[in-house]
Design a binder for this molecule. Structure first.
Ligand SMILES: C[S@@+](CC[C@H](N)C(=O)[O-])C[C@H]1O[C@@H](n2cnc3c(N)ncnc32)[C@H](O)[C@@H]1O
Length: 306
């Protein structure tokens, strides 16, 4: 049971048991098309399958974890405390792209991490190490981009931040060895999932109310048309004999219910807004096409097993 390396908005650690309770008794490959921090994937440690996310820098990170764990750990070790002085040998040691003064090491690394979206040269390994560093030292472990794709979360206040994560990286690297990693829209799964496979979709949640704002994962956003596309895809996969499990906010209950999925409200409370005073409570649903009688848990707790 590996743990996620990154803290990610909408991480599913609290929902793991409810998700696993809906697993079919057996499946061939496991796929997670909206990966984020991958809490379920790392908990399962599947032997093969696919993962995907539209966030390019996140996906580059997992590729580096899989293919270059030693180099990633070594580079992470060379980073300094976020409040220390900027590195005079690197760019942005005095001012950022807007000409504002850089007050500490954290803001210099944040500016360097944004080389890719602002069209400057970047190195894949360094970008991955910076993603981990910022995730472990930024405010609340948030990932948020501005409309140009620039990561813009301010520095956090931690007494002893740990950004190397050697144990977690080595374990995740082993788990990812036979996993194909994609950086595209979730529709890729139409051609990848085969009969007998299991797909877990955890898209950005549809807001419970017009004021709730949960689509802040990337500059692209995720709208109602995307939710509709996802439902259509889930129906297609069902027709193909693929097991589908999906989590979303309570407003999606009817859509999945009407489409013939087994839907239940989990009632979890999650706080994913960056604004502490505006943290909404969210009803969560889990929808699946796996019938209750064909789930793993039924087989394990049946009387005949004892
Ligand atoms: C709720 S988060 C997933 C959290 C994850 N289950 C975890 O445990 O950390 C949703 C993810 O979907 C990704 N995403 C957004 N639009 C997408 C799309 N069109 N296709 C695939 N992934 C997308 C976001 O970048 C984000 O990482």
């Amino acid at each position: 049971m590996a743990k996620p390396i990154l803290k990610w908005a909408g991480g599913k650690r609290q929902l793991l048991d409810e998700l696993k309770n809906r697993f079919p008794r057996s499946y061939t490959h496991f796929h997670e098309p909206c990966f984020g921090g991958g809490a379920l994937f790392f908990d399962l440690e599947p032997e093969n399958g696919t993962i995907n996310d539209t966030n390019s820098r996140l996906i580059n990170f997992y590729k580096q974890v899989r293919d270059h764990p030693d180099e990633l750990i070594e580079l992470s070790r060379s980073f300094k405390d976020p409040e220390s002085e900027p590195d005079p040998e690197r760019n942005f040691s005095e001012t950022n792209r807007k000409g504002k003064s850089i007050s500490n090491y954290y803001y210099q690394q944040r500016e360097l991490f944004n080389n890719r979206p602002y069209g400057d040269e970047y190195d894949d390994l360094e970008e991955a190490a910076l993603l981990l560093y910022l995730n472990r030292t930024c405010y609340n472990g948030l990932y948020r981009e501005n409309s140009s794709g620039g990561f813009n979360v301010p520095i956090g206040r931690y007494s002893n931040p740990d950004w190397v994560r050697e144990k977690e990286i080595r374990r995740a690297s082993r788990v990812l060895q036979n996993t194909n990693i994609y950086n595209t829209d979730f529709e890729y799964i139409r051609n990848k999932a085969e009969e007998g496979d299991l797909v877990y979709f955890d898209p950005p949640y549809e807001p419970m109310s017009p004021t709730a704002y949960f689509t802040d994962y990337s500059a692209d956003g995720f709208g109602q048309e995307d939710q509709q596309r996802l439902l259509e895809l889930a129906k297609e996969l069902d027709q193909k004999g693929v097991s589908v499990i999906l989590s979303n906010s309570g407003v999606m209950y009817e859509m999945y219910d009407e489409a013939g999925f087994h839907v239940e409200v989990e009632g979890a409370t999650r706080a994913i807004n960056s604004d502490a005073e505006n943290r909404d409570e969210v009803d969560e649903i889990i929808a699946t096409n796996v019938p209750p009688k064909q789930r793993q848990t039924v087989g394990q707790s049946g009387l005949s097993d004892f």
